[in-house]
Design a protein around this ligand. Sequence first.
Ligand code: CP3
Length: 350
Amino acid sequence: MKEPVDERSHPNGVLSALDGHVPSRTPIWMMRQAGRYLPEYRELRAKAGDFLTLCYTPEYAIEVTLQPIRRFGFDAAILFSDILVVPHALGCSLAFETGEGPRLGPITDLAGLNALRTDLDPLKIDRVLEAVSGIRAALPKETALLGFCGAPWTVATYMIAGRGTPDQAPARLAAFRDPAFFTALIDRLVETSAGYLIGQLRAGADAVQIFDSWSGVLDPVSFRRWSIEPVRRIVEKVRAQVPGARIIAFPKGATLPGITELVAATGVNGVGLDWSADRKATRLAVGGKVALQGNLDPLALIAGGQALDGEIDALMEEFRGAAHIFNLGHGIRPETPIAHVEQMLKRVRG
Ligand code: CP3
């Protein structure tokens, strides 16, 4: 006899977990799963010559997105792009210097913000949306497609500093010193990021993730104001246009009270946990309300061997019976051996 089919649960494990079900087999994907640890990525990256050319050439973006799916069969593909495409499409200058990370703008006051566009340049954004529909068409039916954007706070930190910094001090200072400018910048990012996610969902993304990679540097009051509130507004705007849109928040470095408040305030379907999260306590606090995504330390993946197996086993045990999506606690690093990714997949899938 066949197993009874739960009509309500999606056949894709990632989407099923986001819909509040406990998938029969733990689904898995990895942040930055397309990237420099893959020789086929490095080859296409060299051919494109520059990272932004990869992002804005649909043929390349489609190919790079599919590379880790072909090699590993992850349960979800994530659009190959970057969170800094949004400021770029607002008219902010952007370059990726090899080995040095991004260089932008910078945008440091209202005059700078007012010189930018109020909408995203369709000449840039339409190429990303074209990639989204191309990826959906090329992906196996059973693989979910995730779109994404950066959270306004995290994107603002890069726009203000013009680059990554150890503690995003320039943006924290601007928020205290010039709240009129800072509020206007966050508002611009809320509006445009919501429209961008709506475009991705309409082009074929099955769910979207909002990356707040720098939420951990905020004090609790600022976290509520600059991290939770903008994400809440994006979720509201997106669901007004795309009812039932599935949304994952990744508030990297957030405290458990912060995560709990974010889940209650925003109504996201899933929350990404970094490796510092206390799994038991997080599950107890929000496990019945959202899917839990994460949270293997990317360094355990580099270490491999018994250390990796032990970490995976502990993680799987602590999330057993929960709506859990296996992932890393942050993006995979370029120096990660491919054999360790294979080892992880075997262990997770049993
Ligand atoms: O996850 C995926 O596979 C999808 C693609 C993706 C990239 N960046 C590709 C990328 C996603 C979702 C991002 C998000 C992103 N970009 C974040 C949020 C997540 C996080 O990692 O915290 C942030 C903060 C950025 C900004 C950014 N982009 C930085 C700081 C850098 C330089 C650091 C680095 O790793 O090189 C990038 C460049 C970047 N984005 C690369 C890739 C594959 C490497 C570029 C290259 O090939 O030279």
